[in-house]
Design a protein around this ligand. Structure first.
Ligand SMILES: [Cu+2]
Length: 122
């Protein structure tokens, strides 16, 4: 006789695996949006951008989120993208990656905080 137990077990296992994936990816870097497009996230924590260098494709979005209690900003060194206002705790800022190239940025409140976006051809 066949019981439905193995199926349920598989479903529970798959569920656990996707949950695990999600928690690893949620730390920063690449994530998928609900519609399947790539989500590029940079977390600001302990006065640092994490990941410090992120590689994206032209046309993709990059989102920063401030996890510190201090306000931070995102300012392109060469003014290659619009600068953010001061981000409060848990506030986000998003830009769309333009032409391929290397974009460096810093926090105007704490200029030692720097990061890099590498934009590849899409
Ligand atoms: Cu800052």
């Amino acid at each position: 006789m066949i019981t439905p137990t193995p199926k349920i077990r598989t479903a529970a296992l798959l569920c656990a695996i996707s949950f695990l994936n999600l928690s690893i990816l949620a730390l920063g870097g690449e994530m998928k949006n609900a519609d399947g497009t790539k989500q590029n996230r940079v977390e600001i924590k302990d006065f640092a951008f994490n990941p410090q260098t992120i590689t994206v494709k032209s046309g993709e979005k990059v989102t920063w989120i401030n996890r510190d209690e201090e306000p931070h900003t995102i300012v392109s060194v060469e003014k290659q993208f619009k600068k953010s206002g001061p981000l409060d705790t848990d506030q986000e800022f998003t830009v769309t990656a333009g032409a391929p190239g290397t974009y460096t940025y810093f926090c105007s409140v704490h200029p030692r905080m720097t990061g890099t976006i590498i934009v590849k051809k899409s």
